[in-house]
Design a protein around this ligand. Structure first.
Ligand code: ZN
Length: 191
């Protein structure tokens, strides 16, 4: 599938929102991609994640991990396509942690996936949690990359759609300055 075909799936599910949004990173933006609206359809989730899995298969991962909640379905469906385990990390007292008895073999090759990468901060935190549990990060994937490909996580990275979306520091946000109320459609509580 081409990037445009995939983006069209997001548009068909009204998952590309225009307005004034507070992202989970704390940055503001005029565009928000609500992946949950696409991923609520298991067959679409399976289709998109198998496309992502095909881009990451050569890395030889034995496990896929993602930050909860946004990454859980992506992790599960990418792992299904690769025939490997799916784990997720959760915030415990502010730190991304592997809980629920999840464990990794020493040096086990692991992919970290996300629904959307903006600054890469939650991916980075998940990578740290996996490494602390003994895993070895072989690559990173997301359905959407909002950074225009700029985020560098030091490992191979793939995304189905790469967008260059303007993000603003709240102190310097033209949408705030024009008095448009900001809404927070994401899942993570503001830090
Ligand atoms: Zn703003």
């Amino acid at each position: 599938m081409t990037e445009n075909e995939i983006l069209e799936i997001f548009r068909q599910h009204s998952a590309v929102l225009e307005g004034h949004f507070i992202l989970s990173s704390g940055l503001h933006s005029n565009r928000y991609i609500q992946c949950a609206l696409v991923l609520q359809h298991p067959r679409v989730a399976e289709q998109l994640c198998s496309e992502l899995a095909a881009k990451l298969k050569h890395l030889g991962a034995k496990v896929v991990a993602a930050p909860a909640l946004g990454g859980v379905i992506v992790s599960h469906e990418v792992a299904r396509a690769l025939g490997v385990r799916a784990l997720f990390t959760e915030r415990q007292e502010g730190a991304m942690t592997l809980r629920r008895g999840f464990s990794l073999e020493p040096g086990e090759p692991t992919l970290v996936v996300e629904d959307v990468v903006t600054t890469g901060s939650s991916t980075r935190e998940t990578m740290t949690a996996v490494e602390q549990a003994g895993g070895c990060i072989v690559g990173v994937g997301s359905l959407i990359d909002r950074s225009g490909g700029k985020v560098d996580l030091g490992v191979p990275r793939a995304a189905l759609v790469t967008l260059e979306v303007k993000n603003y520091d709240p102190a310097d946000c033209p949408l705030c300055q024009s008095g448009i109320p900001a809404v927070k459609p994401g899942s993570r509580a503001k830090k």
